[in-house]
Each structure stands twice: as C-alpha cells, then as structure tokens.
Design a protein around this ligand. Structure first.
Ligand SMILES: NC(=O)C1=CN([C@@H]2O[C@H](COP(=O)(O)OP(=O)(O)OC[C@H]3O[C@@H](n4cnc5c(N)ncnc54)[C@H](O)[C@@H]3O)[C@@H](O)[C@H]2O)C=CC1
Ligand SMILES: O=C(O)[C@H]1O[C@H](OP(=O)(O)OP(=O)(O)OC[C@H]2O[C@@H](n3ccc(=O)[nH]c3=O)[C@H](O)[C@@H]2O)[C@H](O)[C@@H](O)[C@@H]1O
Length: 463
C-alpha cells in the first residue's frame, strides 16, 4: 500500500515534531497536522518560524524547510481526515481527574472523540495509527468504534508509540534507538504494518524497526517509561541514604553505571522527575494492573511514584529546615522552571511542587527561566489560583536575569540541569545575597567545594 497523504490529529509536543520530521524525510508525502486549538495552529503557521509553539533544538529549521511544501497545519480536521490514507492520533491522554479511575487511569475521552470523528467522515479505507501513549488494549476500543461506521470503509489499527524525549526530540526522531510498530498478525494487518515500516525505512535502518502484535506495542510504551522512571527513583532513593552516610551519589552512579549490565544512562540523582508522561504512564500502569486484580504488580510500580513525591517533598522541607524552620517572608531564587533543560514544557515540573510547598509556608519566590512565560508559571502554581495578577506578581517575581533573581535572596534553588550554571559568576551572586547564603542544588551539578570556598552553604542532592 502506497501512502501519499498523512493526517495527524493533535499538533502538540509529539504531533508537531514527529510530523515535521516525516515531512522532511518524505517530501513526496503530504503531511497535514490538525488540531482543534486554533491558537496552537496559528503559532505553527506563524510567518516567523521561531514562534512555533514547541521549542526543540533544530525543530524550527525543519519546519521552515517543509512547511508549505508538504507539511501543513490546519484546523480543518474533517477535510484532512477524509483525504488521508493514514491517520496518526497524537492527542493528549492525561490522567483522569474525575469519576472511576480518578487520579490514575488515562482519560481516553479525546482518543474516543477522534475515533468517532474518523468513523463519521471517512469515505475510503484508512490505516489509523495510535501515536499517543495508550493503555494496553485500547486498539480494541478503536476497532469497535470504527467497525460501526456503516459506510463499508475498512480500517487497520496500528500502534506506533513515540519514544522521543523533550529537548532532544529532533535527534531522537532522526536517529531513533528503535521504531516500534504493532499491528494485527493477519495478512491485512501485516500489509498495514509494512506500509508504515516503509515510511520510517526512508531514514531508519530496517533492523531498528521492530514489529510486534498490537498489544505488545501498546504495553511496551508504558513499560519503557516505567523502567526509565524507576531508574530515577532508584538513584534518588539512594541519594537520601548518601546524605546520611558520606557516600556520594555521583560516585555511586559512576561505580554502578560502568557495569555494562546496568549502563551509565538515567542515573542522575535529582529533585525528582517531572514531565507530562512518567507519572501519568506509571499511574496508568498501576491502574491497569489493579483492574486485573494484580495488586502486587500495581504496588511494585506505584512505589516509583511514591519515591518521586518523597524526593520533591524532602527537597522543599530541607530548604525550610535549613533556613531555621521558617521561610516566611524570605526570598528564595529558583533557577529553572521547566522540567528539564532545552524545553519550555513545565508539565509536572518538580519546580512547581517545591515552589507551591514554599509559598504555602509564606515564602517569596523569584524565578529565572528564559524559556517559560510568567503567565505559565502563575497558571502552574496551586497557591496562586485564587489570587489576583497583582498579588501573584508580589509573591512570585519572574525575572529575565539570574543575578536579579538572586538579589537579596536567602537561598538559591537549582531546579533544571542547565549547562550554563558553570559559567555563572557565583561570587557576584554570593555578594548579592543575604548571609548566610544557601544553595540547594537539586540537580547535583555545581562544584560544591568551589562554592563553599566563596562562602556559600551548599546542600546538594545525594552528597
Ligand atoms: N510530550 C512528550 O514528550 C511525549 C508524549 N507522548 C504521548 O503523546 C500524546 C500526546 O502528547 P503531547 O503531544 O505532549 O500532548 P499535547 O497536549 O501537547 O498535544 C495534544 C494536542 O491534541 C489536540 N487535540 C485533542 N483532542 C483533539 C481532537 N479531537 N481533534 C483535534 N485535536 C485534538 C489538543 O488540542 C492538543 O493540542 C500523549 O499520549 C503522550 O503521552 C509520547 C511520547 C513523548
Ligand atoms: O513518553 C514520554 O513522554 C517520554 O518520556 C521521557 O522523556 P521526557 O519526559 O521528555 O524527558 P526525560 O529525559 O526522560 O526526563 C524526564 C525527567 O526525568 C529527569 N531525569 C532524567 C534522567 C536522570 O538520570 N535523572 C532525572 O532526574 C529529568 O530531569 C526529567 O525531569 C522518556 O525519556 C521518553 O523516551 C518518552 O518518550
């Protein structure tokens, strides 16, 4: 089956970059990304390509190359669905905030709406690709909805989960460790799998394109995120033990990471993992396991989240305890707000949790993160929800200069792992702060000895 027109529903952090890369690598395929959110689509179409709504190194160049040639962004969802041979569903699948499964299950409302819309408007056979992260067996729901269109259109459902990480999305898409495609194992299912394999094979070596049955593919995505997050929680758990024993978590990570069976990646102790997916996907895994009565499996994975919450809470509590058990009226500078470097995404960022905790203790916050807008920060914080804009500005001062953030602060909290910290003039920061000047290094990246020589009191995760 030769694919000439692709539609992607959802122009978010995944839909935008993945489709931009497919369009770049396959100039003969027309790729149309659709979204209900008009302002998001307008930003993707902004004449100044630097204003696209997702910041990712290298992305604007790719969009500039393909946009208007074979890459289009539009709110005309029906038309794009109708014309496409292949439809990617890349909509959000957040944790449910109501009803059964509240706080754990994935909310599949948007997925189901997409399926119903595809069923309603399609007049020709199509391959529907699950790009969103979904609970295992979601394909059976999609199949059921699409089967009942009543207009004799045939659909094949594939699972093609996305493994890109934010901040490295373009590299991850251009040179992925693997591409995973799951589908039905009958002749028609295999044909559909082949059609998608042929698209990726334009730039991904064939041996890196794995094909499986649809359920293995769906479950592998949740499993990959669970394993990655588990590594962070494992190292974070030991970081606390390090703080009581004079062991150093960086040294421990290096010592164990050189064992080729363990490997060096994803062993950086931190103030806790953030991002839109680790927590939601593990909660979803926990929910699925419990729904099959597998309580030991559920408890095992839930511990990863419990540990992460503990790590965030203990970081905030350490700040309070060190500042003589009160932060009331004290200014604390936050360097970094996004959940990791090289992204403007703040979803589930540990910074939000720590800041809220301190605000409830009546602290004042000054934040420096040039990629994140003040409005976004105000919207993130629970403590500010019921206050006026003027009150928010008094409690949370968003500044465009790291030195200004630290002026008259009692403490600096490092929340995001920026490389440029090494180039900061820490003597200048020390001079501007109230004494004793504290640094809480939530990423364990600063040179503790050097800072202590300046006069700082340094508290780094795991040392
Ligand atoms: N953010 C990430 O780094 C990764 C996310 N994922 C998964 O990919 C999926 C999408 O995630 P993001 O792109 O981060 O979400 P997002 O929230 O950035 O984007 C989703 C978009 O879908 C749109 N949408 C929702 N329902 C729609 C409908 N019926 N018709 C048209 N548009 C609709 C929304 O308006 C929104 O713009 C999720 O399942 C997530 O778990 C997977 C790998 C990486
Ligand atoms: O499904 C998803 O959304 C994606 O989730 C993660 O990607 P992402 O959340 O963008 O970023 P990561 O690099 O995984 O970092 C997640 C969090 O863990 C933290 N982290 C990561 C690594 C580490 O060693 N220590 C650590 O604290 C990061 O700072 C960040 O807060 C996965 O890495 C992707 O493969 C996956 O596609």
């Amino acid at each position: 089956m030769n694919i000439t027109k692709i539609c992607c529903i959802g122009a978010g952090y995944v839909g935008g970059p993945t489709m931009a890369v497919i369009a770049k690598q396959c100039p003969d395929i027309q790729v149309t990304v659709v979204d209900l959110n008009e302002s998001r689509i307008n930003k993707w179409n902004d004449p100044n390509v630097e204003n696209i709504p997702v910041y990712e190194p290298g992305l604007s160049g790719i969009v500039a190359e393909a946009r208007g040639r074979n890459l289009f962004f539009t709110t005309e969802v029906d038309r794009a669905i109708k014309e496409a041979d292949m439809i990617f569903i890349s909509v959000n699948t957040p944790t449910k905030t109501y009803g059964a499964g509240k706080g754990q299950a994935a909310d599949l409302k948007w997925i189901e709406l997409c399926a119903r819309q595809i069923a309603r408007v399609s007049t020709s056979d199509k391959i529907v690709v699950e790009k969103s992260t979904l609970p295992v067996r979601t394909a059976s729901t999609l199949k059921d909805i699409l089967k009942h269109t009543g207009n004799n259109v045939k659909f094949q459902i594939l699972s093609n989960p996305e493994f890109l990480a934010e901040g490295t999305a373009v590299d991850d898409l251009l040179t992925p460790d693997r591409v995973l495609i799951g589908g039905d194992q009958d002749a028609e299912g295999k044909q559909a799998i082949e059609a998608l394999v042929n698209i990726y094979a334009r730039w991904v070596p064939k041996e890196r394109i794995l094909t499986t049955n649809v359920w293995s593919s769906e479950l592998s995505k949740l499993t990959a995120n669970a394993f990655l997050a588990q590594r962070v929680s494992s190292i974070n758990a030991l970081s606390e033990l390090c703080e009581f024993t004079e062991a150093n978590i960086g040294e421990v990570a290096r010592a164990i990471g050189t064992d080729s069976r363990i490997g060096p990646k994803f062993l950086k102790a931190s103030v806790g993992f953030g991002g839109s997916c680790f927590q939601k996907d593990i909660l979803n895994l926990v929910y699925i396991a419990r729904s099959y009565g597998l309580n030991e499996v559920a408890d095992y994975w839930e511990q990863v989240i419990i540990m992460n919450d503990h790590q965030k809470r203990r970081f905030a509590n350490k700040i309070i305890k060190t500042l003589y058990n009160t932060v009331n009226g004290k200014k604390i500078a936050f360097l970094g707000w996004a959940f990791k470097k090289d992204t403007n995404d703040t979803r589930e960022s540990a910074a939000i949790y720590v800041a809220d905790h301190l605000l409830y203790e009546q602290a004042k916050i000054a934040v420096y993160d040039p990629k994140v807008s003040a409005d976004q920060m105000y919207a993130d914080l629970d403590y500010l929800n019921t206050r006026t804009v003027e009150e928010n500005q008094l409690l949370v001062d968003v500044v465009q200069d790291p030195y200004e953030a630290c002026q008259d602060a009692h403490a600096v909290a490092i929340l995001t792992e920026w490389d440029e910290f090494k180039d900061y003039d820490w003597q200048k920061i020390y001079d501007a702060m109230l004494k004793p000047a504290h640094i809480f290094d939530g990423r364990n990246i600063l040179d503790k000895g050097q800072l202590e020589r300046i006069g700082f009191k340094v508290s780094a995760i795991g040392s």
